[in-house]
Design a protein around this ligand. Structure first.
Ligand code: ZN
Length: 191
């Protein structure tokens, strides 16, 4: 069975967010990019799809449908409902109320949040001099940093090789003394 057939059956041939039957398409929920695994996809109508893809065209009232669909048993639907409510919650109090009621298990929440981070990734991660940092770069600490929890101080001048970026442009991850820690970019410079 193709992904589309699986989703059509799962949804009863309706948009899994708003129940519309107009222009249904398979949408791979980021970070999934291919529609090969039905568990990572949802069936959405063209109206929902356009608004997901172009956040500047969002019509808040359309998304009151999430009042129902956020209770879906399908994790991919929960993830999209959570992300849309998050987007709307900055301006819509009803969206914040729904978000507060929503329950996601740990795995689903992680998925939902990871997608939000990748959407914000066009903000570059910069070091203390304003140089752009990329995954795999080596950086040097420009001050002594007490690593709480690991019980040591990372000394000024320590090189951290092969850093990873995080969803937050003010933080990177790297290994110091064999411990993977989060470092604030304002205390680093690119080597
Ligand atoms: Zn829809």
């Amino acid at each position: 069975m193709t992904t589309e057939q699986t989703l059509t059956q799962r949804s009863g041939s309706q948009c899994e967010l708003c129940n519309s039957t107009e222009g249904l398409v398979v949408f791979a929920v980021p970070p999934a990019s291919e529609a090969s695994n039905a568990d990572q996809c949802i069936l959405v109508c063209s109206n929902c799809h356009d608004q997901i893809q172009q956040p500047e065209t969002i019509i808040p009232n359309h998304w009151r449908c999430l009042n129902d669909s956020m209770w879906s048993q399908v994790p991919a639907v929960q993830v999209m409902a959570w992300r849309m409510l998050n987007r709307l919650s900055s301006t819509e109090t009803w969206a914040q109320d729904l978000l507060d009621m929503m329950y996601l298990d740990d795995e689903t929440r992680e998925w939902a949040e990871s997608g939000m981070a990748s959407e914000e990734s066009d903000t570059p991660t910069l070091d203390s001099n304003g140089s752009v940092l990329s995954a795999g770069d080596t950086v040097t600490l420009i001050k002594d940093l007490a690593v709480k929890g690991a019980g040591f101080t990372a000394k000024r001048g320590t090189a951290v090789r092969g850093i990873s970026l995080t969803g937050n442009p003010e933080q990177i991850e790297g290994r110091v003394n064999g411990v993977r820690i989060v470092l604030l970019t304002k205390y680093l410079k690119k080597s």
